[in-house]
Design a protein around this ligand. Structure first.
Ligand SMILES: [Zn+2]
Length: 299
């Protein structure tokens, strides 16, 4: 992408309830786009992006990780594989110098830290500075009935205690959104109150700028592009609809490459409007991957 190299890696796939992922959308509609198994679960990806800017190696999002209980792994049918995926791309954990989390739900920051057989938890990326939103940490620590199962403190508390994780504030993000040159963050509230989108902006050799955006759970898959097809887990679905429209107002005319965190099949696409005026993945500009060989599978 311009002068940057962007590599899509993955912590594999997992299963979630299809109804929860599509909120109020009827199953008769969403199941045409993504099939459900006999337990009503759909297959989702856990996509990370590694951006080599020339000066920095930035990891966006770290999947589910290896701290899940056997029971949770049985429910989600996931098989942690981000370290192997990074190794396959020739990326050593020591090279990563920036780690960014869009928010701190368990399926976005799991490999921030690694659980060892002796029960200890250490930073997976020893030389990285980690960044997350202070509001996400505060919300996770509240352990509210609605979403406490999504916030697992071993994914971030050890990094905060060691000083390796920098907590961003709303004022800080607005005043100084750039993390390193070419990589910046922006709040897209709704899924959580402070969810961050990650902008990747590079000049191409010809001088034109290229823009990609890792939009986190505001738009988890290419099946969720309709502004009203928001997720059941969203804390504020009405805000999500407004934020999606705000996103499309720039992403479509400026032809951003949109990176989808949970789409195992189409991890990236540029967008256009179809004949009904709805945003869709451009047929002539999307990255498609064949079904993965490890992790959750639908029959
Ligand atoms: Zn989430």
């Amino acid at each position: 992408m311009g002068e940057f190299e962007v590599t899509l890696c993955s912590d594999g796939t997992y299963l979630l309830d299809g109804g929860a992922m599509f909120g109020v959308v009827p199953k008769t509609m969403w199941s045409k786009r993504t099939p459900a198994d006999e337990l009503n679960r759909i297959l989702l990806g856990l996509n990370s992006a590694v951006v080599r800017t020339g000066k920095h190696t930035v990891l966006i999002e770290t999947g589910i990780g290896n701290k899940q209980s056997a029971k949770m792994r049985e429910i989600h049918r996931n098989s942690p594989q981000l370290p192997a995926s990074l190794a396959a791309a020739g990326i050593r954990p020591e090279e990563i110098d920036i780690v960014l989390n869009t928010h701190l739900h368990f399926d976005h920051c799991g490999w921030n830290t690694t659980l060892h057989p002796d029960g200890s938890v250490t930073a997976t990326f020893p030389n990285a500075r980690y960044f997350a939103h202070a509001g996400e940490v505060a919300h996770g620590h509240l352990q509210l009935d609605r979403d406490k199962v999504s916030y697992l403190s071993p994914n971030y508390d050890p990094l905060i205690e060691s000083g390796q994780m920098t907590l961003l504030t709303a004022e800080g993000v607005r005043a100084n959104p750039e993390i390193v040159p070419g990589i910046s963050v922006e709040e897209f509230p709704g899924h959580t109150a402070q969810m961050l989108g990650i902008h990747i902006a590079s000049r191409s050799h010809g001088g034109a700028s290229e823009h990609a955006c890792y939009i986190g759970d505001l738009i988890p898959t290419a099946h969720h592009l309709d502004p009203t097809w928001v997720i059941g887990y969203d804390l504020d679905p009405v805000r999500c609809i407004a934020e999606r429209k705000r996103f499309y107002a720039r992403a479509i005319p400026e032809q951003w490459t949109v990176l989808f965190t949970h789409d195992h099949h189409t991890p990236a696409a540029r967008l256009s409007l179809n004949d009904k005026g709805k945003p869709v993945a451009r047929a002539d500009w999307q990255i498609r991957v064949p079904p993965v060989s490890a992790g959750a599978q639908l029959p």
